[in-house]
Write a new protein. Structure first.
Length: 235
């Protein structure tokens, strides 16, 4: 006796529109897949797996998913519809709080579907833009940076510093909503007890750059770093 349906069958039965969420009947409730596309002729579905509403990479070992985001076993009767799933991550179109390796593929942006390594080879300026402008959501691992440097690719020194600052935050296990940013400049709380003196100096430098940019854009005088206005940036 069947204990589930195919993804296409679920779509027809519930008259679903994209995107929608499904779960394999053997998975725990914290996991589900966001279905982004359906191909009735090929009987495949495309999408991304999530855990507690955040995109994860449990399909990385499945070549069709790496190439086309084809969901494994989409045409097998092992799926159930998840009507109350949170699809806000999909709607935002970006993967928050993620440290990327070279083989990771982007779920968002101009080069959606390409791996970080592929983007580096053809569109390095876009990668640097992403590190600088997507303040909370995007940085490369130390191993990825080392591999790029060893291959001869030259990233802007400021971008390297900014990427390192983000890695410091992730190493401390801080949530992405504690990563304040403004016009691409990551701000680090200078009174963070986790920070070393070296990290504190980096924080001060980032803050100074932010305040200079604020003054240039708004014509506002920079607030002292220990002022309520400045501290509010770090909440």
């Amino acid at each position: 006796m069947s204990t589930g349906e195919t993804i296409l069958q679920l779509c027809k039965q519930h008259q679903l529109t994209l995107p929608f969420a499904v779960r394999k009947n053997t998975w725990s409730r914290e996991y589900y897949v966001l279905v982004e596309g359906l191909d009735q002729f090929r009987r495949i579905a495309t999408g991304a797996p999530t855990k507690q509403g955040q995109l994860v990479r449990i399909f990385e070992g499945y070549a069709p998913w790496r190439e086309e985001r084809t969901i494994p076993q989409a045409n097998q009767r092992v799926w159930e519809y998840v009507p109350d799933a949170d699809i806000s991550v999909y709607q935002r179109g970006q993967q928050e709080g993620q440290v990327y390796e070279l083989h990771y593929r982007l779920f968002w942006g101009k080069y959606k579907g390409l791996s970080v390594e592929e983007i580096c080879q053809e569109h390095l300026d876009y990668l640097e833009w992403a590190i600088e402008r997507i303040e909370k959501n995007f940085c490369l691992s130390a191993a990825a940076i080392a591999s790029l440097t060893a291959s001869g690719l030259e990233l802007d020194p400021f971008i390297l510093e900014l990427n390192q600052a983000k890695l410091i935050w992730y190493a401390h296990g801080l949530a992405e909503d504690h990563l304040p940013g403004y016009y691409g400049y990551l701000l680090l709380p200078v009174d963070d007890p986790w920070m070393s003196e070296e990290e504190r100096a980096v924080a001060q430098e980032k803050y100074d750059k932010f305040m200079a940019e604020q003054e240039r854009l708004l014509g506002a005088a920079p607030a002292p770093i220990d002022s309520p206005e400045a501290k509010s940036l770090f909440k």
